[in-house]
Design a protein around this ligand. Structure first.
Ligand code: MOS
Length: 741
């Protein structure tokens, strides 16, 4: 008997792209060396609202090396927005493409300077003189929220929801809390800022773009320029982090393409760190009111969550903070609302767990406040209200192990050692606090395509136009393909990040693994079937004449189940049959499972904080996170990704905030020295556990995505622990020392 090969999926395989990353061989978007490259620099508005009345470009244009100063006066006129068609969106209004003289936010691109070197372009950009007729700008969130707008309803996401009579149930409740939580504007700070290289060849455009969505960029750029999507190729083999800001196409991408066409050379437009604060999205400010009413035993009678987030005059974006509230607990009644306050700022956008990150902060802090009011253990309160079915959709869960997350988390953390009284675990000057919260994120999936090719040398190439944000896509797809094919993992290569490859969805909404892995599995299975057919039809093959299900492919060899000693490598079979590669294409789509079940991931986060009694500084020596995310495709990259999410949550709780000069609507900490993200010294022990168990509904692999759940619940768990340490409830993020002394 031949031993059955151990599946490699799930194993903690090292990143297949790891060596390329750490040796600098991995080429990021701004690093592609093209001949005759020209360099573009953005000129940004310095007022938040008004009209451009004059742009003096004479001095800049006359400078050495300058090829183009593009403004709304000389920029190519782009096609007017078309009505939305079946598969098409109109060019997104959030793009600032130098088509008119209007300024809607501070930092809006108002000119692009192109020169033969970056330094020449930067120098000339400083000499472009713009004169404005300023108009009154709306920059006061408190004032704007007094005239709130209701967001346009989206298909699966109404702005308001209700079940039962939340007001009446609240009035009847034995214990009530009514609190307001606020979270600040935050900016994405991936290691790699946005960057684009645009190169035209006749009517065809190639973009090397830092993006989470190559096919989305292709579509958006084609629509904006009025050309066919087939004329645009977008390439992005490596992304230096995204966190949502690279999920959509921003102005600089189209501007680079426009400039490249004007100067007849490839144009590189790489944003500086400062450019990341304004024209490419941010997480909006939120203000969230939570009203909870409970019976004496903790059973929730009423949950009311009213949220308002800021948006822009350029386009709307809603931070859907109420999403977790709508489905997490089994309350008798519920009411949620989402409103918008419109400001003269750049359009906000998706930032890691949009909705769930700030929403779970408010909800899970409110639960903690309720537990205190009820004199109940916070874990016990959550267990009391655990939803057996999805209360929003009224469907059973695809699978849910949240109770097990609480149990395992409490045990790993040592929750039983906690004494309830705030400040009761003090050691000298150190106030010790324990806090916890629930984590949750929906399990999304979209159609995806992949191709697989077995080459005559016995190596395999699998491709899909997806992305690796540094999270492990290359590695997990290699593992899935190797297992589906019966191939040694070292002989399988996975390629991604190119619109010339089979199409995959945006790498956002935590759906790459759940969407693309099934397509990879399908392509590998299909190419395996073709290989087996070739072998069974070949008189020279040891499996000639065998039924397909009597043939095994193991380690790249073909053999008959019933005669395992007669075998040959696939390479020999292919060589004998003309040497052409065996290829297959496949598509994998979600079925109707969303009609039958509700697909969500869950988790429980436990945190210990140490607060300096005199200085109010908060340290987080340890965090325990236990997750129910279906089957993990790689234990190493998966744990790292969840850990990264937890680190984000710590930043959200304690450090991150875009500080604005509200007189002019511009970020004043638009750099990594002043915008504080956690660094290694801020992070203590992070203990991640992923419960075993495949989701039987999401896909054949049982794998849900894990890109976003890691951040959820963490800020609340830290805030709850800070309360437990100090007796001070901070409802306004970030929890900085000044709020504790
Ligand atoms: Mo994520 S914020 O959907 O990239």
């Amino acid at each position: 008997m031949t031993p059955t090969p151990t599946p490699v999926t799930g194993q903690p395989l090292d990143r297949t792209d790891g060596v390329a990353k750490v040796t600098g061989a991995a080429r990021f978007s701004s690093e592609h060396p093209l001949a005759r490259m020209a360099y573009a620099v953005l000129v940004q508005s310095t007022i938040p609202k008004g009209k451009i009345i004059a742009i003096d470009t004479a001095q800049a244009s006359a400078m050495r090396g300058v090829l183009l100063v593009m403004t709304h006066r000389n920029a190519p006129k782009l096609p007017a927005p078309k009505p939305p068609g079946k598969d098409e969106q109109p060019p997104n209004p959030k793009l600032s493409l130098l088509q008119n003289d209007e300024v809607q936010y501070n930092g809006q691109p108002v000119a692009v300077v192109v020169a033969d070197t970056l330094e020449h372009a930067q120098d000339a950009a400083r000499r472009v003189k713009v004169r404005y007729a300023p108009q009154p700008a709306v920059l006061d969130f408190q004032a704007a929220k007094r005239a709130p707008r209701t967001p346009k309803p989206q298909p699966d996401r109404p702005s308001d929801t209700a079940r039962g009579d939340a007001e009446a149930e609240l009035a009847r409740a034995a214990t009530r809390i009514d609190t307001v939580y606020t979270t600040p504007m935050e900016n994405h700070n991936p290691m790699e800022p946005h960057a684009t290289i645009a190169a035209w060849d006749g009517g065809s455009l190639t973009l090397h773009d830092a993006t989470q969505n190559v096919s989305g960029v292709r579509k958006a750029v084609a629509r904006s320029l009025g050309i066919a999507p087939e004329q645009v190729r977008v390439i992005c083999p490596f992304v230096g982090g995204g966190f949502g800001c690279k999920g959509s196409t921003w102005s600089h991408v189209v501007l680079a393409a426009m400039a490249a066409r004007q100067v007849g050379r490839p144009v590189k437009l790489a944003l500086e760190r400062t450019h990341m604060y304004g024209p490419v999205g941010a997480r909006p400010m939120t203000e969230q009111r939570l009203r909870l009413g409970a019976q004496r035993d903790g059973g929730l009678q009423s949950v009311m969550h009213d949220t308002i987030s800021h948006t822009s005059f350029v386009d709307d974006f809603t931070e859907p903070c109420t999403s977790p509230t709508r489905m997490l607990y089994a309350s008798t009644a519920l009411r949620t609302t989402q409103r918008l306050a419109t400001l003269n700022l750049g359009v906000p956008t998706y930032m890691r767990a949009p909705g769930e990150a700030p929403g779970s902060f408010a909800l899970e802090c409110a639960l903690d406040e309720l537990a205190i009011a009820l004199q109940m253990d916070p874990v016990a309160l959550r267990l009391r209200n655990d939803a057996e079915r999805d209360p929003e959709k009224d469907l059973p869960w695809s699978s849910k192990a949240l109770r097990e997350c609480y149990r395992v988390g409490a045990e790993r953390f040592g929750w039983a050692r906690r004494t309830a009284q705030p400040g009761s675990m003090r050691e000298g000057r150190t106030l010790i606090g324990y806090g916890m919260a629930t984590a949750t994120y929906p399990a999304n999936r979209m159609p995806a395509k992949a191709s697989a090719m077995i080459r005559p040398d016995g190596t395999v190439l699998v491709r899909s136009g997806t992305h690796d944000l540094g999270t492990g896509t290359y590695t997990i797809m290699t593992q899935v393909a190797a297992d589906a094919l019966g191939w040694p993992v070292g002989k399988v290569t996975f390629e991604l990040g190119d619109t010339a490859m089979p199409q995959a969805p945006v790498s956002g909404g935590s759906m790459t693994a759940a969407s693309v892995a099934p397509a990879v599995q399908a392509a590998a299975t299909a190419v395996r079937a073709k290989l087996v057919a070739l072998a069974t039809g070949d008189a020279m093959s040891p499996v000639h004449g065998a039924a397909a299900d009597d043939v095994l492919v193991e380690n790249g060899w073909l053999l008959r189940k019933s005669q395992p000693d007669r075998r040959e490598p696939a390479a020999a079979l292919i060589a004998r049959n003309g040497g052409a590669p065996v290829t297959a294409d496949s598509e994998a789509k979600p079925g109707d499972e969303k009609k039958q079940v509700s697909l969500h991931s869950f988790g429980a986060v436990f945190v210990e904080v140490h607060v300096d009694a005199d200085l109010g500084t908060v340290r987080v020596p340890r965090i325990v996170g236990v997750y129910d995310v279906g089957r993990l495709l790689n234990r190493k990259t998966g744990h790292s990704q969840l850990m990264g999410g937890i680190v984000w949550g710590l930043g959200m709780a304690l450090t991150e905030k875009t500080e604005m000069d509200w007189r002019v609507g511009r970020a004043v900490n638009a750099n990594l020295a002043d915008y504080h993200v956690p660094v290694n010294a801020d992070i203590g022990a992070i203990d991640v556990t992923v419960l075993d168990g495949a989701d039987p509904h999401i896909n054949a692999l049982g794998a849900r995505g894990i890109g976003e759940i890691g951040i959820t619940g963490v800020a609340a768990a830290i805030a709850n622990a800070v309360y437990h340490a100090t007796g001070k409830r901070v409802r306004d993020l970030p929890i900085t020392a000044d709020k504790l002394i």
